[in-house]
Design a protein around this ligand. Structure first.
Ligand SMILES: CC(C)(COP(=O)(O)OP(=O)(O)OC[C@H]1O[C@@H](n2cnc3c(N)ncnc32)[C@H](O)[C@@H]1OP(=O)(O)O)[C@@H](O)C(=O)NCCC(=O)NCCS
Length: 311
């Protein structure tokens, strides 16, 4: 096993190409932009992580990034012929130990959506992480869309909405498992950076202004939905949030149905999103709107003791 800092992107090229094909087939998610960012970061020596090699060829790798005092674990990928041999487990154990040992990382986070082994969840548990299951749901956009209430004014989500939208996203997640496990919900400022990253810097696929909406009532902004294109065919709902005092009144349904309509109009054929286990309202809403379970994975976080995470 070698540090990614000892490798050049050409050592990973074949593996990254296989990874792009793998996530497209498995999740309808085009990983090309991420793979090219990883390759650039390997050459620039700005990414940490480990790879297992057989001669000059990398068979498996896992990377992590440091941002704002936290470490974020990226994909954990093994070539098809190298799976089931414990390589991913060894890589993830090493990456988690390295990130946890860094005095400048007070917090480490990771999700296992982009992982070629279910054993990843055991590594996180063994390393003292708190976690929750998450579901990756998909919906065929050719299926008819259900009716939605039209009591609110839906407008395209614009750059000028960002401050208010971010405050709403922060408030709507307050006290939830997502807020414990994902530091983008730790403060209004962090949530604002997160929303800016999604909308202005294509932080989760290519942001789709055409399908991202704000719902307004007489009292102002009530909810938002943010969508991006994650492959030629698939649109991803990255965020849905409604003002807490209006939960359960149909705003979320109106926003998601309108977003799905627009994704279909843009020529996409499927929609995807992720939801954390225990978020009953969201889970039920998505089930009623025709989303089906595609894959279960995990979201994990660790904070340096004596700090603790309360889930
Ligand atoms: C999830 C969220 C966006 C849904 O928006 P909403 O406006 O509250 O949702 P709606 O009122 O349109 O629909 C909620 C559904 O849950 C049902 N519901 C209402 N109360 C419920 C409860 N206590 N438990 C389970 N289901 C409930 C409603 O009946 C409705 O289902 P239906 O469409 O079959 O009638 C909103 O609750 C929210 O902002 N939550 C916090 C942020 C979040 O979790 N976002 C989603 C992350 S994936």
């Amino acid at each position: 096993m070698r540090s990614l800092r000892e490798l050049r992107s050409r050592d990973l090229r074949v593996l990254l190409d296989e990874e792009i094909a793998h996530w497209t087939a498995e999740l309808d998610w085009d990983f090309a932009d991420v793979a090219s960012a990883v390759a650039d970061a390997v050459d620039a020596r700005t990414v940490a992580g480990r790879a297992v090699q057989d001669g000059p060829r990398a068979l498996a790798y896992c990377y992590w990034l440091r941002e704002q005092g936290r470490a974020v674990v990226g994909s954990l990928f093994a070539a098809e012929q190298a799976r089931g041999q414990g390589l991913e487990e060894r890589l993830l154990d090493a990456v988690l130990a390295e990130a946890q040992a860094r005095p400048d990382c007070e917090r480490v986070e990771g999700q296992t959506l982009f992982s070629t082994t279910a054993v990843a969840d055991e590594s996180y548990a063994r390393s003292g992480f708190a976690g929750r299951a998450r579901q990756y749901l998909m919906r065929d956009l050719a299926e008819p869309l259900p009716a939605a209430p039209d009591d609110w004014r839906l407008v395209p989500l614009a750059r000028s909405h960002i401050p208010e939208a971010a405050r709403l996203v922060f408030e709507s997640h307050s006290g939830s498992a997502d807020a414990v496990l994902n530091s983008v919900y730790l403060s209004p400022e962090r949530t604002r950076q997160f929303v800016e990253t999604l909308m202005l810097h294509d932080g989760c696929g290519r942001f789709m202004a055409e399908a991202s909406l704000a719902a307004f009532g007489p009292e102002g902004l009530l909810g938002v939905v943010l969508c991006s294109r994650v492959s030629r065919r698939n649109g991803h709902i990255c965020q849905v949030s409604v003002l807490p005092r209006l939960h359960g009144r149909g705003v979320g349904r109106a926003l998601v149905v309108a977003a799905l309509e627009r994704l279909r109009r843009e020529g996409l054929t499927t929609a995807s999103l992720s939801v954390t286990a225990g978020n009953e309202r969201a889970t039920r809403l998505y089930a009623r709107l025709g989303f089906r379970l595609h894959r279960t994975y995990g979201a994990y976080a660790w904070v340096r003791p004596p700090q603790r995470l309360w889930l």
